[in-house]
Design a protein around this ligand. Sequence first.
Ligand code: DHB
Length: 391
Amino acid sequence: MAHKSFSKSVLSAAVALTLAGPLAAMAEDSVKVGLILPMTGASASTGRQIEAAARLYIAEHGNKVAGKTIELIVKDDQGTADMSKRLAQELVVNDKAAILGGFGLTPLALAVGPVATQAKVPAVIMAAGTSMIVEQSPYFVRTSFTLPQNTTPIAEWSVKNGIKKVVTLVSDYGPGLDAEKAFKVKFEAEGGQVLDQLRAPLANPDFAAFLQKAKDLKPDALFLFVPSGQGASLMKQVNERGLTQAGIKVIGTGDVTDDDLLNSMGDDVIGMITSHDYSTDHNSPENKAFVAAFMKATNNLRPNFMAVNGYDGMALIYKALEKTKGDTDGTKLIEAMKGEAWVSPRGPISIDPQTRDIVQNVYIRKVEKKNGQLYNVEFDTIANVKDPTHK
Ligand code: DHB
């Protein structure tokens, strides 16, 4: 009996070894990238754009980097911070993800910060735009944008173009407050005056009362920020209130004239001036190729700024793995990401080695109709803009 059970255990050990061999090799050869995105709920368009762009990047560049196989895992956090945090923990602990990415809204990114720090896993911010997020973990790096970065140029443009008095209306959370402040700081430093700072709730906003208040104050212009997904309902209400007819110019960041929704906003939006880091209409060979490939892969979905953020996020992950020669140590990967620079569909970009935040061109654009479609047409470029608020 003793003999039998001995040989049985030798046998199971041998079976375990033969199984462990290929399994261990497989685990070592693959790099899991966990994207946490809102695939449902109010920010679902952000998730859809980023996932499609990340998959496109992998399809175009192959799923092998420095001898490793990239395995993309996409998780839906439904736009809730508790779930973003839980999914981050599951991805790190159960799936052994080497890199996290995505994060569709500021509160969702903030919820993941402590997990990234504790696990020493890089977390690539591909959507959220509140300036201070990258300061919350040494493992955060950003390929999206910050609101101060994208807002300051339109504040400067406004003063130079005869706008003296402005009312601001923003979503009442991180990026909106960043935009509100950045606008006021620059606009007033250049001699303009902000008459009032209005804030609408992030969830299910009704802008009517705010727009009426703005109209009553008779500013030269109304500055707007809402996150991706809300621009069409905001602009519908702006048009219903007849602000333009009352002689009030409507300006904002490009989050409002989001390329994903722009065609549904109607011709009333033609002429609106915004500043932003990406337009589908950006005139470069890299962007023309990107837009064509993205639309082909998605049954003609128009890529917006979120798509480019996701595409560049994957590019950064590939570049870092190449630099570490496939080493997935989180600290080495984040070090490798610092200072990376390349030409994105949006133009030249880099990762500031001090702040881990993106440095990029910001463009002044005007909504125009071309071939029956609405586009944000870029007409001025402010080159290599850093977030102006980082220390
Ligand atoms: C954020 C989200 C957006 O969709 C956007 O356009 C800008 C900022 C954010 O939550 O940080």
